[in-house]
Design a protein around this ligand. Structure first.
Ligand code: GDP
Length: 433
């Protein structure tokens, strides 16, 4: 079995994390007589793969200087490991001892997953992001105590192990990409679904290892299988009088919950309604990749087309980054453009900007157009890091309060520089004195 060593200085939560990984039921304590000190290894399983976890938590009372001992002990475990989980206390931040361990890890050359522990709430994520400075790649925010984030971290651990199965694009869940077709009643969702499904309805059986949800439909498009989630809600056209809106929005929320990318259908023949806007916001707020489909294009005359261009510019400023397709579910017009739009959106959604490039960019941006002076002070962006993807999330550290206008400016420039077409991006700013 591949071996994963959990290392870190005392009190960062190594043993709590190991217990969390083992989920107790799985724990099989292996007696290893003769091994120096109380190194303990356990068998664990995650996502159907078995591996050994070496807990170095019991090695903490060394008579040597603490720096030397922690690093030395860790080194011992790392030597025998295929991958290393390096646990750092995100609340405390990186200490000299941590730095010493990092040096050793560099020398050892094993794959390292950086675990930023004690991130018990959303607020702690910024502290976790600080650990990018260790140069070990993405810090995985975890609360070993509450279990938060340990799944994502274990995904990263498995991916780092030598016998890792080829990663399906899109990470953790694998399988076909999940699409939600949403939009207000009568925009043509079921027509579009029928059009898409007409030719290549997929036989479910050849999708190995994915549990099938009976309300989803697998459809082959552009040589790939796509999972259209929650299509039962589209096909079963319930006509409720009262509360219809409410149920429609519940369905939309449920579909978004399961999807990676949303196709929001709007009726090109009509001016965008409040309900359309609300559905677009739901998709953006859910943090899903987004494609906007203007349907019923076959109904448009010259004049309507002319005004529509203007309307689109005006109504979709908030989401002008989303790819648009002008289709007709009835005639099939431009339906082949849907797949490239989905691909674009998903790839924007998964884009990761290396910290170095991001900071080079931020440096130039801030020098070229500084934040306006407020109360005699000039707030500055000190540095930034991408805290995650799907959608891209950024944490910027600033010397003072950064105004909404300036944040929007940064977002706009980030998009110009790095793309993110089809994806919302999240920027949070932390103020450091
Ligand atoms: P849903 O409520 O969003 O699922 O909408 P439906 O698919 O049931 O479509 C509502 C109505 O619009 C039906 O009468 C469809 O035939 C019509 N429709 C859907 N797509 C198109 C289109 O591209 N062009 C035209 N002309 N009519 C369409």
């Amino acid at each position: 079995l591949p071996v994963v060593a959990v290392v870190g200085r005392p009190n960062v939560g190594k043993s709590t994390l190991v217990n969390r990984i083992l989920g107790r039921r799985e724990a099989v304590v292996e007696d290893r007589p003769g091994v120096t000190r109380d190194r303990v290894s356990y068998e664990a399983e995650w996502a159907g793969r078995r591996f050994k976890v070496v807990d170095t938590g019991g090695w903490e009372q060394d008579v040597l200087g603490i720096h030397a001992s922690v690093a030395a002990q860790a080194e011992f475990a790392v030597e025998a490991a295929d991958a290393v989980v390096f646990v750092v206390d995100a609340q405390t931040g990186a200490t000299d001892t941590d730095e010493a361990v990092v040096k050793m890890l560099r020398r050892a050359g094993r794959p390292v997953v950086l675990c930023a522990n004690k991130v018990d709430g959303q607020a702690g994520e910024a502290e976790a992001a600080y650990l990018w400075s260790l140069g070990l790649g993405e810090p995985h925010p975890v609360s070993a105590l509450h279990g938060r984030g340990t799944g994502d971290m274990l995904d990263a651990v498995l991916a780092a192990l030598p016998d890792a199965p080829a990663q399906t694009f899109g990470g953790g869940l694998g399988g076909p990409r999940r699409v939600a077709l949403i939009g207000r009643p009568n925009v043509g969702k079921s027509s579009m679904l029928n059009k898409l499904a007409r030719e290549d309805r997929v036989v479910v059986d050849d999708v190995a290892g994915t549990t099938r949800d009976p309300v989803d439909e697998l459809i082959q498009l552009g040589g790939k299988t796509w999972r259209f989630v929650d299509t039962a809600g589209i096909r079963r056209r319930v006509h409720l009088q009262e509360g219809a809106d409410y149920y429609a929005s519940l369905r939309t929320a449920a579909a978004l919950e399961k999807a990676e990318v949303a196709v929001v259908l709007v009726d090109a023949g009509e001016t965008l309604t409040v309900q359309d806007t609300r559905i677009l916001s739901m998709a953006v707020d859910a943090g899903r990749a987004l494609v906007i489909a203007y349907n019923k294009w076959d109904l448009l005359d010259e004049e309507r087309r002319f005004y529509l261009e203007r309307e689109i510019e005006r109504d979709l400023v908030q989401v002008q980054w989303a790819p648009r397709v002008n289709v007709s579910a009835r005639t099939g017009r431009h339906m082949e453009k849907l797949v490239p739009a989905l691909e674009t959106a998903l790839s924007g959604w998964e884009t990761r900007v290396p910290t170095g490039r991001l900071n080079a960019f931020l440096g130039e941006l801030v020098a070229g157009q500084p934040h306006p002076v407020r109360g005699g002070k000039q707030p500055r962006i000190l540095f930034g890091t991408q805290a995650g993807t799907r959608p891209p999330r950024f944490v910027l550290f600033a010397s003072g309060f950064i105004e909404a206008n300036y944040r929007r400016f940064i977002e706009r420039r980030l998009r110009e520089e790095f793309g993110f077409a089809g994806s919302p991006i999240r920027i949070s700013v932390r103020v450091r004195e």
